[in-house]
Design a protein around this ligand. Structure first.
Ligand code: UDP
Ligand code: MG
Length: 340
């Protein structure tokens, strides 16, 4: 089994179940935390259900951990997890998802850009039967050229490529049903693609308009260069979604087309050389024909190797190629959508 990207300080103690888990990744947000706490807690208390708030300190170098400790002292519903170093937002979230015990898991930023008052809206939608509810920052409060424009382009591309039509992939205010999120393994910077990754399990995804506010304390942890990483991640997701269980279908197709083209060219040149006696040594086409055949052969072998890797992956990780929504038999009780 692969090791997780993060390493946890706290032990996996046995704690009782709760109905709601709020996951908040924190990286150098000391100034924002007390304000966030004061805004968040009344909203959660008003819901009238059991909840936990999990802060994941992603290797902060400021006062964040000390502030979190004092918040934890104030409320026992707060759990804090300190990662050994800065592993990145995705890894911090993954840690949160692993440790969450709620049936509904909500992800929120620590920088107060998300409004805790939107949480009941998200829960409403989950109770209406949706597996993932994603926030949509209708009027986003970030810089235009460095943040909003790249995000418009990225959202459009991701929607087209993955077939999951969301307006705002980047919004970190999201709610998930436990059984969906616990089945997703996150790597790299893939957290923004959770709805797309989850779509292969067959999930109902809803979008709700949420409030977005400018950052008041601390700095954004990202720059314009995130854009290129998002595009590459998108290719990964697209590939995994479409071909992860049948890679030969894509590599093999490229290989066949290329190989066939190369074969036709080479056949034509051979015919000219052998039958028509035309010299082919000075023809660039010869090079192309040979190149295409070699590439074709390589793509097909690559596809076959990938097929073997897919099998090894699914078998060693104990992964199935299907996901069950519910099972009804004499021993199990069906999960109704209202029960979340
Ligand atoms: N964050 C994190 N680890 C990182 C970078 C960011 O846990 O390496 C957290 C950060 O503290 C915040 C959230 O992820 O709670 C979103 O980060 P940020 O506000 O900088 O992103 P932006 O809103 O600018 O996209
Ligand atoms: Mg932010």
């Amino acid at each position: 089994m692969a090791q997780p990207l993060y390493d946890i300080f706290a032990g996996m103690e046995k704690l009782e179940k709760v109905s709601l888990s709020i996951i908040i990744p924190v990286f150098n947000e000391a100034k924002n935390l007390p304000e966030l706490f004061d805004e968040l807690m009344p909203v959660l208390d008003k819901l009238g259900r059991s909840f936990e708030v999990i802060f994941i300190d992603d290797g902060s170098t400021d006062e964040s951990w000390r502030v979190l400790q004092s918040l934890q002292q104030r409320r026992s519903t707060v759990r804090i997890i300190q990662l050994r170093k800065n592993f990145g937002q995705t890894a911090a979230l993954a840690a949160g998802f692993d440790y969450a015990r709620g049936d509904v898991i909500i992800n929120l930023d620590a920088d107060l850009q998300n409004d805790p008052k939107d949480i009941p809206l998200l829960i409403d939608r989950v109770e209406a039967g949706y597996d993932i509810v994603s926030g949509w920052r209708k009027s986003r409060k970030d810089r235009f050229f460095s943040r909003r424009l790249p995000s418009v382009i990225a959202n459009w591309l991701i929607s087209r490529l993955t077939g999951v039509r969301l307006h705002d992939y980047g919004c970190t205010l999201k709610a998930f049903r436990k059984d969906v999120i616990k089945n997703i393994k996150l790597y790299g910077e893939l957290h923004r693609f959770i709805p797309a990754i989850a779509s292969h399990m067959g999930v109902a995804i809803a979008e709700v308009k949420v409030n977005h506010r400018p950052r008041r304390h601390g700095k954004s942890k990202y720059s314009f260069f995130r854009f290129s990483r998002v595009i590459l991640d998108m290719l990964t997701v697209k590939f995994l979604l479409s071909y992860s269980t049948r890679p030969l279908q894509i590599f093999g197709l490229i290989g066949l087309v290329s190989g066939l083209l190369g074969f036709i060219i080479s056949f034509w040149l051979s015919y000219q050389r052998l039958v028509l006696n035309i010299s082919v040594a000075n023809r660039p086409l010869l090079l192309l024909g040979v190149l295409l055949m070699v590439i074709g052969f390589q793509f097909i072998t690559l596809g076959l190797l990938a097929e073997m890797m897919v099998r090894a992956y699914h078998e060693s990780a104990g992964k199935t190629i299907y996901f069950v929504r519910q099972i009804v038999d004499s021993e199990t009780k069906p999960r109704s959508s209202a029960e979340n």
